[in-house]
Design a protein around this ligand. Sequence first.
Ligand SMILES: Nc1ncnc2c1ncn2[C@@H]1O[C@H](COP(=O)(O)OP(=O)(O)O)[C@@H](O)[C@H]1O
Ligand SMILES: [Mg+2]
Length: 338
Amino acid sequence: MTDNSKINRDGARPASLFERADAAFGLDPRREGLKLPPVPIDVPPVPQALRRPAPQPQAAPQAAPQPAAPSFAKAPAPQPVAEPAKPAAEAPRAVAFAGPFARIDREHLRDGGLIVPEDPVTGLLEEFRIVKRELLADARAGASALARRILVCSPHPGEGKTYCATNLAIALAAERGLEVLLVDADVVKPSVTQRFGIEAEQGLMDALADPSIAPENLVIRTDIEGLFVLPAGTATSRDAEYLASARTGAVLDRLTVGAPDRIVIFDTPPALAASPAAELAQHVGQALLVVRADETSRAALEDAQQLLSACADIKLLLNAARYSPSGRRFGTYGTKGR
Ligand SMILES: Nc1ncnc2c1ncn2[C@@H]1O[C@H](COP(=O)(O)OP(=O)(O)O)[C@@H](O)[C@H]1O
Ligand SMILES: [Mg+2]
């Protein structure tokens, strides 16, 4: 790769983090595998939980569009969607998450710079709301469970993968009726449970290594409505092989099939340093490639994009933007290092 230039932010008048990244890198959005859809700033709230229209034309339009809570109000406990009394034994039923329960210390979240569900709306939350709308729209448009699986990746360590994945998961969990499962797929340097300040032993790698383990029993339920965590679990020298095995697809299917209101987010190790991101790219419908302003080189970005090419929909997310475009009220986002 030849171009090692850093991001040039001059003159960018972005409307969203996605567009900022596009403007900064000047990548051609039409190139294969890279999707950079424009994000309108004033996106109306998604009125319903993620729900695709029934395929049958005769389906009655039940579920009057409920306006989403105007602020960060807690939704009532998400009940699994009532099974329509269909004759089918066909539709697979979603497995319920049945691991241990953990309380998340809000002060710990605050200290870590993460979104705190009960706090007043912040610029940070506004940013992630915009990002989540975009992801949700594409998840809803997708025909399979694949579109509801989102990989969060970046070329190098320290670019904000875990920061973005956790914030995105918290922001998504606020959607009415949505279940968000955050999977820590960075088995070498797992940090999701640490960010949430919760304890965990077993997780993804245990379920991959031992077919007798039901992955849903390792999913930690939290006191943030709709938020679930699958820890990385026990690392072994065979992690790469386990991730590359057919068992990965089976485990992910088990966690997502039959659950149209469930989004899975994967926090991964750096794409240029380890194989899990590239492996998991085959199992997701959307990949969020985090780029850190002034730190991620274009060459590294292109290499990472190449590695994730098994995923047809790669979006760029600019993290830690330190500028404040005029007219924007999100200037507080990404202030680290000032
Ligand atoms: N936008 C941001 N604002 C503030 N801190 C950030 C931001 N992005 C990342 N960080 C911090 O930078 C550090 C590295 O981020 P992290 O998400 O752990 O990177 P990665 O997972 O890519 O290795 C963490 O301490 C994280 O909290
Ligand atoms: Mg990380």
